[in-house]
Design a protein around this ligand. Structure first.
Ligand SMILES: O=C(O)CCC(=O)C(=O)O
Length: 252
């Protein structure tokens, strides 16, 4: 049974557009919020991983041969220097996109992990997954338990600072199927995750995703909403985001 919050329990730390189509329910025991929005549900779990565990994951995924990731000015590392740095646990890569006929680096680094046959194409980039490492499996297992969903891949995004970003898009590639569930976990610098409704861009939800926060998007959200991580002048440090996904097996 789900306990609903009483008046002394926490309020949702961000606001929703006005109207009956939006409502919030809080699970008082586990401290997560279920948020109903037009065409879907969000589940917001602020401290899904506590600070100590989140610090550990951040250090694990950014461990590298050059030194303490916190001491390195990643903005000043060019592509060839990046290629010479060995990341101990994560195969970060700098993808490129073609925009208005010009090829340019994506404003973030990425890595794609998953079951062996789960290739995935987005923004014209096809990724072949790297086999899961131990810590990704630990995170996956905890998220699977919380969502009662089996995920088979994860896209990792590394925003080195506030100049890195992700533009408006929806996770609606055919390989994800309909009514897909996306589980997104963030570590490091807090960044705003913004949702906007396709039919009315003034309907926006800004969710500050913090160190250790889990956000789940489900039902038809990807067909009716887009999301983005805008640049932020005041974000000086790194943020990692891991979106666990359920790709439909292309061989079936
Ligand atoms: O960094 C985030 O929180 C969003 C990532 C995202 O939109 C994606 O992986 O599709």
């Amino acid at each position: 049974m789900i306990d609903t919050c009483n008046q002394t329990e926490p309020e949702l730390p961000f606001s929703l557009p006005k109207g009956n189509a939006y409502s919030t329910k809080c699970n008082a025991k586990s401290n997560f919020f279920t948020i109903r929005i037009p065409y879907g549900k969000l589940i917001y779990y602020e401290n899904f991983f506590n600070k100590k565990i989140s610090d550990y994951f951040l250090d694990y995924f950014l461990a590298n041969s050059k030194g303490d990731w916190r001491e390195i000015d990643w903005r000043c590392i060019n592509q060839s220097q990046l290629g010479n740095i060995e990341f101990t646990h994560t195969q970060w890569r700098q993808d490129k996109i073609k925009l208005f006929g010009k090829t340019m680096p994506l404003p973030r680094l990425t890595a794609w992990y998953g079951d062996s046959n789960m290739s995935y194409t987005y923004s014209g980039i096809t990724s072949h997954p790297i086999p899961w490492n131990r810590e990704l499996l630990v995170i996956k297992q905890q998220i699977e338990q919380a969502t009662s969903t089996a995920f088979n891949s994860v896209l990792m995004n590394w925003y080195r600072d506030g100049k890195d970003s992700m533009g408006w898009h929806a996770d609606n590639e055919p390989s994800l199927g309909k009514k897909t569930i996306i589980a997104s976990v963030s570590f490091g610098e807090t960044r705003d995750f913004i949702l906007r409704r396709n039919s009315d861009h003034s309907q926006k939800i800004t969710i500050p995703l913090k160190h250790g926060t889990l956000l789940i998007m489900k039902d038809d959200i990807q067909d009716h909403w887009q999301h983005a991580i805008p640049k932020r002048k005041n974000a000086n440090s790194s943020r990692l985001n891991l979106t666990f996904r359920k790709i439909i097996d292309p061989s079936k």
